[in-house]
Every structure is written in structure tokens, then in C-alpha cells.
Design a protein around this ligand. Structure first.
Ligand SMILES: Cc1ncc(COP(=O)(O)O)c(C=O)c1O
Length: 383
């Protein structure tokens, strides 16, 4: 493989980790859709067992390692600027693995209170079942974060842009608290992807991405990525083998293919989201719009420092008038799909009744078509 250390991000997204297939010369990374690997001799297989789980162990069984998955891992370690990476079955598998790496029974973790709903369930239900104590804290209130630290606290877990409220956390200040108290800083970077933010630049120790979202980009594969030091990722790999949350080679290949166009897509998501936010904020039927990239956002200095390339494709907004207007508006959309998930080339919208808002994952369609669909749906409601 060529030396990737001097490549810029866009080149690495395409080329890092990739190499000519040694067996066939195939230019594109093949899908090694196999559960097990065979060896020439009994001694070779015996040696593979002896070295099982070590970094230089030959591929033995796909729950542990596989050449297609390895290419994805090598690429993501370069893109996240970490020593190592583990691809997993889903973003939730990566969230759970990040916590298990830092905390055991009797330990305590501090978690952002504005968090993806299934991550919230993991921290509320599964962590206590493992004997791990959790305190949810407003990560925008740094004094509360400091006050929540206990002698047995091991980690801070944050999302870079909170879901679905779209607030931005100050990673530099959170790292300061983590360093002062010997805690690991775990960053879920799903909303931005490494194109818009490499959390290592702000001292993150572990980085989680739901690869289902922007990394894959096409809504056709579920996967998760955990990046960190060689030592931590090696530990996570051993644990993944026991828990069995490996990614399939086919999903790894789809995500790998998606990542090659990540820079192009993130630019378009960001441009389209900015255009939609600007249109909505001036619309008479819209109560409020939250998009990190608009100039009205009170966190502009922080945003400029953390996300100089832009703020991605996620926004939320409220509609004036009757509570039923959320459903009326959603049902009037003609092109935009009503669906959960995010980071897809298709624009997806979902009404979040409990928050009285609509969350939009702005896709890569033509900006004019996206704006036209939102405009015509707004015309159909009365305030
Ligand atoms: C911020 C965030 N983290 C993690 C996840 C979980 O990812 P997955 O659906 O791949 O398990 C999601 C899913 O929406 C998410 O939005």
C-alpha cells in the first residue's frame, strides 16, 4: 500500500487502506464473503490458533477479522487520525463497546443528557445492569459536568451535535475536565463524520461513528466504527469476538464504497441544509429553526473553531399554530421521505412529537427541489 501519511482528507477517503488484491489483482477491494479461512498445512492452522487475537494473526474466522473489514478499519483509522479502528455490527455496538472499554462494575460515567434515544436506553437500562453507574448532565453547563465527577468516574460520553436539539458541545473544555480528573473522553461523531470534525484534534480518546449514517451515505447498510489507541482497540476486538457483534463483509464493503464519496456528499449536505435553514427561518409559519451553521446561532465562535468546514446536514424546526400542524405538514410532503435515520443522500424528515419539532436529515438532491417540497407542504397548513 502507498504511504498515506501525506495525503489530504479527500485523497485518504478514496485511497487510504485500499490496495490491489494480492490474490487476483482486482483493483477494487473484493467482498471476502466467507465465514472461515483455510490453510495450506496443519502447522499453519495451529500457528493461527496460537496467535489468535494478536494484531498480526492471519485471518482465521470472520467474527474476528476479514480482509474486506480490515480495509474499512485501516481507512477509518486514517480518517479519524487514530492508531487503530474496529468496525462493528452497528453504531450501538460501538457505543456499548466504548463504555465497556472504559468502565466496569463499580465505575461511574458521565453522559450528555441530550443524546440519541437508543443510546439513552443503553445508558439508562444496560449500564446499571452491568453495574456501571451513569449520571446524565447538560454538557453545555461545564460547572455541572465538573460537579458530577466522582472518585470512581471513568469517562465522559458526548455527542458533537446533540440529537435532536442541535446544540454544540465545547470539546476543548470537556477535554480539560477529562484530563484534570483522569477520565476518557468518548465522542460520538455520527452527526458530523470525520470530514467535518476529527475529534482527536480536541483530545478525544475514543471516537464512535454510526457508519449507517454519513459514512455509508446511501442508507443501505448498518454498521458502527470505534476508533482509538492500538491498545484500546485490541481490547475491544477481543471483547467483540466474545459478544459476537462483528460487521458482515458485505456491509463493510458498502460502507467502504460510501466513504470514498464522503467529502463530496458532506459538502452538498451542508450547502443544502444551510439553504433550507435560511428558507425556513424567514417563513411566516415557522416558529424557530435550529441549524448549527446559521449566523444567528449563539455558539458561532465555538462552531467556527470546531467545525471550520461546515455543520453538516442535520436541522430541526418548530411550526407555529396547532400541535397537529406537525402531522399535517409531514403528510403534505411529496418528495421528502418520512423516515428515521440520517446521513442519507435522500432527504428524510421525522416529526418528534415529544419535542414538538421536525427533525430533517437534508440529503443531496437538488437544493431547489428540497426547498420546493418544504414550501408546498407549508402552504397546506394554517397557523
Ligand atoms: C448519534 C447517534 N449515535 C449512534 C447511533 C446508533 O447507530 P446505529 O443505528 O448504527 O446502531 C445513532 C443512530 O441514529 C445516532 O444518531
Amino acid at each position: 500500500m502507498a504511504n498515506s501519511s501525506n495525503w489530504n482528507f479527500d485523497t485518504s477517503a478514496i485511497r487510504a487502506g485500499e490496495h490491489r488484491d494480492p490474490a487476483t489483482g482486482a483493483h477494487n477491494t473484493p467482498i471476502y464473503q466467507t465465514a472461515t479461512f483455510s490453510f495450506e498445512t496443519s502447522e499453519d492452522l495451529a500457528n493461527a490458533f496460537i496467535n489468535y487475537g494478536k494484531p498480526d494473526c492471519p485471518d482465521l474466522y470472520t467474527r474476528e477479522s476479514n480482509p474486506t473489514i480490515s480495509v474499512l478499519q485501516d481507512k477509518m483509522a486514517v480518517l479519524q487520525k487514530t492508531e487503530s479502528c474496529l468496525a462493528m455490527a452497528s453504531g450501538m455496538a460501538a457505543v456499548a463497546a466504548s463504555i465497556r472499554l472504559c468502565a466496569k462494575a463499580g465505575d461511574h460515567v458521565i453522559v450528555t443528557d441530550k443524546i440519541f434515544v437508543v443510546s439513552k436506553s443503553f445508558f439508562t437500562d444496560e449500564c446499571p445492569a452491568m453495574g456501571i453507574e451513569v449520571t446524565f448532565v447538560d454538557m453545555l453547563d461545564l460547572e455541572s459536568v465538573r460537579n458530577a465527577v466522582k472518585p470512581n468516574t471513568k469517562a465522559l460520553f458526548v455527542e458533537t451535535i446533540t440529537n435532536p436539539q442541535m446544540c454544540v458541545v465545547d470539546l476543548t473544555e470537556l477535554k480539560r475536565i477529562a484530563a484534570d480528573n483522569d477520565l476518557s473522553l468518548i465522542v460520538d461523531n455520527t452527526y458530523l463524520s470525520p470530514y467535518l470534525l476529527q475529534p482527536v484534534d480536541f483530545g478525544a480518546d475514543l471516537i464512535v461513528d454510526s457508519a449507517t449514517k454519513y459514512l455509508s451515505g446511501h442508507g443501505d447498510a448498518v454498521g458502527g466504527i470505534l476508533c482509538g489507541s492500538q491498545e484500546k482497540i485490541q481490547k475491544a476486538r477481543a471483547s467483540m469476538s466474545s459478544f459476537g457483534q462483528c460487521i458482515s463483509p458485505f456491509n463493510a464493503w458498502l460502507i467502504l464504497r460510501g466513504i470514498r464519496t464522503l467529502p463530496l456528499r458532506m459538502e452538498k449536505h451542508t450547502k443544502n441544509a444551510m439553504a433550507l435553514a435560511n428558507m425556513l427561518k424567514n417563513h411566516e409559519k415557522i416558529d424557530w429553526v435550529r441549524y448549527a451553521g446559521t449566523p444567528e446561532n449563539h455558539q458561532q465562535d465555538l462552531i467556527a473553531k470546531q467545525f471550520p468546514k461546515g455543520c453538516g446536514g442535520m436541522l430541526s424546526f418548530g411550526i407555529k399554530g396547532h400541535a397537529d400542524n406537525l402531522h399535517r405538514f409531514m403528510n403534505a410532503l411529496q418528495m421528502v421521505d418520512q423516515a428515521t435515520s440520517l446521513g442519507d443522500v435522500y432527504t428524510l424528515a421525522a416529526a418528534r412529537i415529544n419535542y414538538d419539532l421536525i427533525r430533517v436529515s437534508v440529503g443531496c438532491e437538488d437544493e431547489k427541489d428540497i426547498l420546493a417540497d418544504f414550501t408546498q407542504a407549508l402552504e397546506k397548513i394554517e397557523i
